[in-house]
Design a protein around this ligand. Structure first.
Ligand SMILES: *Cc1c(COP(=O)(O)O)cnc(C)c1O
Length: 453
């Protein structure tokens, strides 16, 4: 096997990790699709077998919260596509981020995160993990290595950022942040949800851990939630003594996690020390749907990125649009990074800012018929979201503006519809926005004439 050339991405998205394990071979059937093992647990052959399944990881499955063959197939496939050593599937992207952090940090520890991240992750770090004694610092300019350097403390246990933060389709200079992480002996976690392993594999650029919301592009059809933690398997957890739960504390067998699991120490601890205990278990049915989604990932993401570029180009030429933030456009400050990191396309989630603020955004959004108004992304259908009144509604106006989310900004997630139909729908939206701006101006003039200001 070893001297065969590596298989391509499209082949691997269909075949990697598809064997559902010894169980499917033992029962004699060979279903072509990975079976959905929709069961809470697995029968023990006899008394001794029950004991073996609790003491020998190779003995077989026991309970679905521990492991499940359908879930394991998804783990193997995503690990393969990301170029990781292994992966852990959990019930949502939010659970993936929480599990990754809780497997690294405890009370008194600290993490440094880019400030422009998914709002749920930001709130997790700032409001929720802080109650467990894990504090966070946020770096405003994620592409400034000095800002990361300045935020790192002796108790820092992880750096966290997104490869393509939304809504503006920024691009992270992963290699620059990874260099800082390496210098300090701290792992870099990258949320790769918007890029997907088809467009970008953070491990190839120095990331140690990758997390995903599989609810988005991986599953792809807006039907299920899921999350995944991928481990590059190359971080030295014993060096520096920063992770005593992995390299100092001994378990019942007298060994540390590093002694027991070697290069899998982080992932084994995330699985058995965090996910098994907190219990964010994925349903095998959802795992199956994620696996099915992944089989067409490259086709969908190729088409979605190409359509997004076409739509973004068209939008940029429209007078009702103040700006388009898409790194695939030469006008984007992230265009050079996109050319380095995203040669296959810059993804399909980006922002437009309309003249006329919130009322223009409302008129635009309400006039759309093909785009779905929804807080989701990476769907086969095109979606539209007004962050200031939804995902970012808990922020103060000043904070929101500082974060680059004005009232006129809308996030688009381009799906698989025909580009001409999407453009026609957006044209309808922009006409409504323009009419609302004119109405607002007329109303203001009337008020001014009446002496009310
Ligand atoms: C959606 C999303 C999450 C959270 O994932 P869920 O599956 O909704 O829990 C995390 N990060 C990013 C970038 C996301 O888009």
């Amino acid at each position: 096997m070893t001297d065969e050339p590596p298989l391509g991405f499209s082949t691997r998205q269909l075949h990697a990790g598809e064997d559902a394990g010894p169980l499917s071979r033992r029962d004699g059937h060979r279903p072509r699709a990975t079976p959905i093992y929709l069961t809470a647990g697995f029968e023990f052959d006899d008394f001794e077998d029950g004991n073996a399944r609790f003491t020998d990881p190779e003995a077989g499955y026991s309970y679905t919260r521990v492991a499940n063959p359908t879930n394991a197939a998804v783990e193997r496939r995503i690990a393969d596509l990301e170029g990781g050593r292994g992966a852990l599937l959990v019930g949502s992207g939010q659970a993936a981020t929480a599990t990754a952090i809780l497997a690294l940090a405890g009370v008194g520890d600290h993490i440094v995160s880019a400030s422009g991240i998914y709002e749920g992750s930001r709130e997790l770090f700032r409001d929720t993990l802080s109650r467990t004694g894990i504090t966070s610092s946020f770096v405003e300019d994620a592409n400034d290595p000095d800002a990361w350097e300045a935020a790192i403390r002796p108790e820092t246990r992880a750096l966290f950022a997104e490869s393509i933060p939304n809504p503006k389709n920024d691009v992270l200079d992963i290699r620059a942040v990874a260099a800082v992480a390496r210098r300090h002996g701290i792992p870099l976690i990258i949320d790769n949800t918007l890029a997907t392993p088809y467009l970008l594999r953070p491990i190839e650029h120095g990331a140690d851990i990758v997390v995903h919301s599989a609810s988005k592009f991986l599953a792809g059809h807006g039907t299920v939630l899921g999350g995944v933690v991928v481990d590059a398997g190359r971080f030295d957890w014993a060096a520096g003594g920063r992770y005593p739960h992995l390299s100092v504390e001994r378990g019942g067998d007298g060994r540390t996690v590093v002694e027991r699991s070697g290069r899998d120490a982080f992932l084994d601890y995330a699985r058995t020390g965090v996910a098994l205990r907190y219990g964010p278990s994925p349903s095998p049915l959802n795992a199956f749907l994620i696996l099915q989604g992944i089989e067409t990932l490259s086709l969908r993401v190729d088409r979605q990125s190409a359509s997004a570029l076409a739509v973004a180009r068209w939008l940029e030429a429209q007078p009702a649009v103040a700006s388009v933030d898409y790194s695939g456009l030469p006008s984007s400050p992230y265009h050079d990074l996109a050319r380095q990191y995203l040669p296959r396309g810059a993804g399909s989630v980006f922002a437009i800012t309309l003249h006329g603020g919130r009322s223009a955004a409302r008129a635009f959004s309400d006039a759309l018929r093909i785009f779905t108004r929804m807080t989701h992304l990476g769907d086969v259908r095109s979606l539209v979201l007004h962050p200031a009144s939804t995902t970012h509604v808990n922020r103060t106006e000043a904070d929101r503006v500082a974060a680059g989310i004005p009232q006129g900004l809308l996030r688009l997630s381009i799906g698989l519809e025909d580009v001409e139909d999407l453009v026609a729908d957006l044209e309808r939206g922009l006409a409504a926005a323009t009419a609302s701006v004119a109405d607002d101006a007329a109303a203001a003039e009337l008020l001014e004439r009446a002496g009310v200001s």
